[in-house]
Design a protein around this ligand. Structure first.
Ligand SMILES: Nc1ncnc2c1ncn2[C@@H]1O[C@H](COP(=O)(O)OP(=O)(O)OP(=O)(O)O)[C@@H](O)[C@H]1O
Ligand SMILES: Nc1nc2c(c(=O)[nH]1)N=C(CO)CN2
Length: 235
Protein backbone atom coordinates (compact mmCIF):
# COMPACT_ATOMS: atom_id res chain seq x y z
CA UNK A 1 0.00 0.00 0.00
CA UNK A 2 1.20 3.48 -0.81
CA UNK A 3 0.99 6.33 1.68
CA UNK A 4 -1.62 8.28 -0.30
CA UNK A 5 -4.05 5.36 0.08
CA UNK A 6 -3.22 4.93 3.76
CA UNK A 7 -3.29 8.61 4.70
CA UNK A 8 -7.09 9.15 4.98
CA UNK A 9 -7.34 6.09 7.23
CA UNK A 10 -4.38 7.31 9.25
CA UNK A 11 -6.08 10.70 9.67
CA UNK A 12 -9.19 8.93 11.02
CA UNK A 13 -7.05 6.96 13.49
CA UNK A 14 -5.30 10.13 14.69
CA UNK A 15 -8.65 11.78 15.28
CA UNK A 16 -10.21 8.77 16.99
CA UNK A 17 -7.30 8.30 19.45
CA UNK A 18 -6.36 11.96 19.77
CA UNK A 19 -2.78 11.30 18.67
CA UNK A 20 -0.78 14.05 16.99
CA UNK A 21 0.83 13.55 13.62
CA UNK A 22 3.85 15.62 14.70
CA UNK A 23 4.59 13.15 17.51
CA UNK A 24 4.47 10.23 15.10
CA UNK A 25 6.82 12.10 12.78
CA UNK A 26 9.22 12.68 15.66
CA UNK A 27 9.14 8.93 16.45
CA UNK A 28 9.83 8.16 12.80
CA UNK A 29 12.70 10.65 12.59
CA UNK A 30 14.26 9.45 15.82
CA UNK A 31 14.20 5.88 14.52
CA UNK A 32 15.86 6.97 11.27
CA UNK A 33 18.50 8.99 13.11
CA UNK A 34 19.60 5.99 15.19
CA UNK A 35 19.98 3.52 12.32
CA UNK A 36 23.23 2.98 10.47
CA UNK A 37 21.62 0.62 7.98
CA UNK A 38 18.34 -1.28 7.72
CA UNK A 39 16.74 -4.51 6.53
CA UNK A 40 15.43 -4.74 2.98
CA UNK A 41 11.92 -6.27 3.29
CA UNK A 42 12.13 -7.85 -0.16
CA UNK A 43 14.60 -10.28 1.41
CA UNK A 44 11.72 -11.87 3.30
CA UNK A 45 10.64 -15.14 1.64
CA UNK A 46 7.18 -13.75 0.86
CA UNK A 47 5.73 -13.85 -2.64
CA UNK A 48 3.05 -15.32 -4.87
CA UNK A 49 3.68 -18.89 -3.67
CA UNK A 50 3.80 -18.16 0.05
CA UNK A 51 1.17 -18.88 2.65
CA UNK A 52 1.92 -16.47 5.44
CA UNK A 53 0.70 -16.95 9.00
CA UNK A 54 0.09 -13.74 10.91
CA UNK A 55 0.44 -14.49 14.61
CA UNK A 56 -1.32 -12.19 17.05
CA UNK A 57 -0.70 -12.33 20.78
CA UNK A 58 -4.19 -13.41 21.82
CA UNK A 59 -4.68 -16.39 24.17
CA UNK A 60 -5.80 -18.72 21.37
CA UNK A 61 -2.25 -18.70 19.99
CA UNK A 62 -1.37 -21.69 22.18
CA UNK A 63 -4.30 -23.82 20.97
CA UNK A 64 -3.15 -27.00 19.22
CA UNK A 65 -4.94 -25.91 16.04
CA UNK A 66 -3.25 -22.49 15.99
CA UNK A 67 0.18 -23.98 16.56
CA UNK A 68 -0.37 -26.55 13.84
CA UNK A 69 -1.50 -23.90 11.37
CA UNK A 70 1.55 -21.77 12.19
CA UNK A 71 3.81 -24.81 11.69
CA UNK A 72 2.23 -25.55 8.31
CA UNK A 73 2.62 -22.00 6.95
CA UNK A 74 5.54 -21.19 4.63
CA UNK A 75 6.30 -18.00 6.53
CA UNK A 76 5.37 -16.76 10.00
CA UNK A 77 5.14 -13.06 10.89
CA UNK A 78 4.68 -12.64 14.62
CA UNK A 79 3.36 -9.59 16.44
CA UNK A 80 5.15 -8.56 19.61
CA UNK A 81 5.00 -11.25 22.32
CA UNK A 82 3.55 -13.81 19.88
CA UNK A 83 7.13 -14.40 18.77
CA UNK A 84 8.10 -15.64 22.26
CA UNK A 85 4.97 -17.77 22.63
CA UNK A 86 5.68 -19.48 19.33
CA UNK A 87 9.39 -19.91 20.07
CA UNK A 88 8.58 -21.62 23.35
CA UNK A 89 6.60 -24.17 21.28
CA UNK A 90 9.43 -24.71 18.79
CA UNK A 91 8.12 -22.37 16.07
CA UNK A 92 10.57 -19.73 14.88
CA UNK A 93 9.02 -16.64 13.32
CA UNK A 94 10.57 -15.33 10.10
CA UNK A 95 9.96 -11.75 11.17
CA UNK A 96 8.75 -9.96 14.29
CA UNK A 97 6.59 -6.84 14.12
CA UNK A 98 6.60 -4.56 17.16
CA UNK A 99 6.36 -1.07 18.60
CA UNK A 100 8.79 -2.13 21.35
CA UNK A 101 6.35 -1.89 24.22
CA UNK A 102 6.63 -5.42 25.61
CA UNK A 103 9.71 -7.58 25.01
CA UNK A 104 12.77 -5.45 24.12
CA UNK A 105 15.21 -8.27 24.95
CA UNK A 106 13.62 -10.43 22.27
CA UNK A 107 13.93 -7.62 19.71
CA UNK A 108 17.64 -7.15 20.39
CA UNK A 109 18.36 -10.89 20.42
CA UNK A 110 16.48 -11.68 17.22
CA UNK A 111 18.27 -8.98 15.24
CA UNK A 112 21.63 -10.37 16.42
CA UNK A 113 20.48 -13.83 15.32
CA UNK A 114 19.69 -12.49 11.85
CA UNK A 115 15.91 -12.50 12.26
CA UNK A 116 14.40 -9.28 10.91
CA UNK A 117 12.31 -7.15 13.24
CA UNK A 118 9.96 -4.49 11.87
CA UNK A 119 10.32 -1.74 14.48
CA UNK A 120 7.58 0.88 14.52
CA UNK A 121 8.29 4.45 15.57
CA UNK A 122 5.32 6.53 16.72
CA UNK A 123 4.55 9.41 19.03
CA UNK A 124 4.37 7.35 22.21
CA UNK A 125 7.37 5.05 22.02
CA UNK A 126 10.32 7.39 21.61
CA UNK A 127 11.83 6.36 24.94
CA UNK A 128 11.68 2.70 23.95
CA UNK A 129 13.25 3.51 20.57
CA UNK A 130 16.12 5.29 22.32
CA UNK A 131 16.59 2.38 24.72
CA UNK A 132 16.32 -0.55 22.33
CA UNK A 133 17.40 0.42 18.82
CA UNK A 134 21.06 1.23 19.59
CA UNK A 135 21.48 -2.30 21.00
CA UNK A 136 20.11 -4.03 17.87
CA UNK A 137 21.93 -5.29 14.79
CA UNK A 138 20.64 -2.63 12.38
CA UNK A 139 21.03 -4.89 9.36
CA UNK A 140 17.98 -6.74 10.70
CA UNK A 141 15.87 -3.75 11.71
CA UNK A 142 13.11 -2.77 9.30
CA UNK A 143 11.99 0.69 10.46
CA UNK A 144 8.32 1.56 10.00
CA UNK A 145 6.05 4.52 10.56
CA UNK A 146 2.32 5.20 10.39
CA UNK A 147 3.06 8.74 9.19
CA UNK A 148 4.62 9.60 5.82
CA UNK A 149 7.58 7.36 4.99
CA UNK A 150 10.99 9.05 4.79
CA UNK A 151 14.47 7.71 4.08
CA UNK A 152 14.74 4.13 5.30
CA UNK A 153 11.50 4.29 7.31
CA UNK A 154 8.70 2.51 5.48
CA UNK A 155 4.91 2.61 5.73
CA UNK A 156 3.13 -0.49 4.43
CA UNK A 157 -0.13 0.47 6.17
CA UNK A 158 -1.56 -0.78 9.45
CA UNK A 159 -1.77 0.35 13.04
CA UNK A 160 -1.40 -2.37 15.70
CA UNK A 161 1.50 -4.80 15.52
CA UNK A 162 -0.65 -7.61 14.14
CA UNK A 163 -2.38 -5.69 11.38
CA UNK A 164 0.89 -4.00 10.40
CA UNK A 165 2.33 -7.49 9.94
CA UNK A 166 -0.63 -8.29 7.69
CA UNK A 167 -0.16 -5.18 5.56
CA UNK A 168 3.56 -6.01 5.26
CA UNK A 169 2.77 -9.51 3.97
CA UNK A 170 0.23 -8.05 1.56
CA UNK A 171 2.71 -5.47 0.32
CA UNK A 172 5.22 -8.22 -0.44
CA UNK A 173 2.64 -10.10 -2.49
CA UNK A 174 1.76 -12.97 -0.15
CA UNK A 175 -0.47 -15.54 -1.85
CA UNK A 176 -2.50 -16.49 1.24
CA UNK A 177 -2.81 -14.99 4.67
CA UNK A 178 -3.85 -17.07 7.64
CA UNK A 179 -4.43 -15.79 11.16
CA UNK A 180 -3.55 -17.41 14.46
CA UNK A 181 -3.73 -15.93 17.96
CA UNK A 182 -6.32 -13.30 17.09
CA UNK A 183 -8.96 -12.83 19.80
CA UNK A 184 -10.89 -9.65 19.19
CA UNK A 185 -13.25 -10.23 22.13
CA UNK A 186 -10.55 -11.13 24.63
CA UNK A 187 -11.97 -10.22 28.07
CA UNK A 188 -8.44 -9.93 29.45
CA UNK A 189 -7.62 -6.76 27.51
CA UNK A 190 -8.24 -3.28 28.94
CA UNK A 191 -10.39 -0.63 27.24
CA UNK A 192 -7.49 1.08 25.51
CA UNK A 193 -6.27 -2.19 24.02
CA UNK A 194 -9.78 -3.18 23.09
CA UNK A 195 -10.15 0.10 21.19
CA UNK A 196 -6.92 -0.67 19.32
CA UNK A 197 -8.19 -4.15 18.52
CA UNK A 198 -11.37 -2.61 17.05
CA UNK A 199 -9.15 -0.71 14.65
CA UNK A 200 -7.12 -3.82 13.91
CA UNK A 201 -10.33 -5.61 12.95
CA UNK A 202 -11.51 -2.69 10.81
CA UNK A 203 -8.16 -2.55 9.02
CA UNK A 204 -8.21 -6.29 8.29
CA UNK A 205 -11.72 -5.85 6.91
CA UNK A 206 -10.48 -3.09 4.63
CA UNK A 207 -7.52 -5.19 3.50
CA UNK A 208 -9.52 -8.32 2.75
CA UNK A 209 -11.82 -6.20 0.55
CA UNK A 210 -8.84 -4.77 -1.32
CA UNK A 211 -7.51 -8.30 -1.87
CA UNK A 212 -10.93 -9.61 -2.90
CA UNK A 213 -10.70 -12.25 -0.16
CA UNK A 214 -12.40 -13.15 3.07
CA UNK A 215 -10.08 -13.61 6.02
CA UNK A 216 -11.40 -16.44 8.17
CA UNK A 217 -10.57 -14.47 11.31
CA UNK A 218 -13.43 -12.08 10.42
CA UNK A 219 -16.04 -14.77 9.80
CA UNK A 220 -19.18 -14.05 11.82
CA UNK A 221 -17.91 -10.57 12.70
CA UNK A 222 -18.31 -8.48 9.54
CA UNK A 223 -21.80 -7.17 10.28
CA UNK A 224 -20.57 -5.78 13.59
CA UNK A 225 -17.63 -3.85 12.17
CA UNK A 226 -18.25 -0.10 12.20
CA UNK A 227 -17.06 0.88 8.76
CA UNK A 228 -18.21 4.51 9.00
CA UNK A 229 -14.87 5.31 10.58
CA UNK A 230 -13.09 4.09 7.45
CA UNK A 231 -13.08 7.17 5.22
CA UNK A 232 -13.30 4.99 2.13
CA UNK A 233 -15.94 2.87 0.45
CA UNK A 234 -15.30 -0.54 1.97
CA UNK A 235 -18.66 -2.36 1.84
N1 LIG B 1 -6.53 -10.67 22.28
C1 LIG B 1 -5.44 -10.09 21.84
N2 LIG B 1 -4.58 -9.57 22.71
C2 LIG B 1 -3.44 -8.98 22.26
N3 LIG B 1 -3.12 -8.86 20.96
C3 LIG B 1 -3.95 -9.34 20.07
C4 LIG B 1 -5.14 -9.97 20.48
N4 LIG B 1 -5.78 -10.34 19.39
C5 LIG B 1 -5.01 -9.94 18.36
N5 LIG B 1 -3.90 -9.35 18.75
C6 LIG B 1 -2.85 -8.80 17.87
O1 LIG B 1 -1.56 -9.17 18.40
C7 LIG B 1 -0.72 -8.03 18.50
C8 LIG B 1 0.34 -8.19 19.57
O2 LIG B 1 -0.21 -8.04 20.82
P1 LIG B 1 0.59 -7.65 22.15
O3 LIG B 1 -0.45 -7.49 23.19
O4 LIG B 1 1.72 -8.56 22.44
O5 LIG B 1 1.29 -6.38 21.66
P2 LIG B 1 1.29 -4.88 21.90
O6 LIG B 1 2.71 -4.52 21.68
O7 LIG B 1 0.64 -4.40 23.15
O8 LIG B 1 0.43 -4.49 20.67
P3 LIG B 1 0.14 -3.07 20.13
O9 LIG B 1 1.28 -2.21 20.58
O10 LIG B 1 0.07 -3.25 18.66
O11 LIG B 1 -1.17 -2.71 20.73
C9 LIG B 1 -1.67 -6.86 18.68
O12 LIG B 1 -1.05 -5.71 18.18
C10 LIG B 1 -2.86 -7.27 17.83
O13 LIG B 1 -2.64 -6.88 16.49
N1 LIG C 1 0.92 7.68 18.48
C1 LIG C 1 0.68 6.39 18.75
N2 LIG C 1 0.68 5.52 17.74
C2 LIG C 1 0.46 4.20 17.98
C3 LIG C 1 0.23 3.75 19.29
C4 LIG C 1 0.22 4.70 20.33
O1 LIG C 1 0.01 4.36 21.53
N3 LIG C 1 0.46 6.01 20.03
N4 LIG C 1 0.03 2.42 19.51
C5 LIG C 1 0.05 1.55 18.51
C6 LIG C 1 -0.18 0.13 18.73
O2 LIG C 1 -0.29 -0.17 20.04
C7 LIG C 1 0.32 1.94 17.14
N5 LIG C 1 0.48 3.34 16.97
Amino acid sequence: MEFDEWEPVYAAILEDFGYGRAGDERGRDLLASLLETSFDPTELPIGPDATVAIAGAGPSLTDDRSLERARQADVVLAASTAVDTLASRGIDADCMVTDLDKNPGTVERLTHQGVPVAVHGHGDNREAIRDVVPACDHAYVLPTTQAAPTGPVRNFGGFTDGDRATFLADHLGAADLIFVGWDFDDPAVDDAKSHKLEWAERLLYWLEGRRGERFDVLDGRRDGIETDLLPIDSR
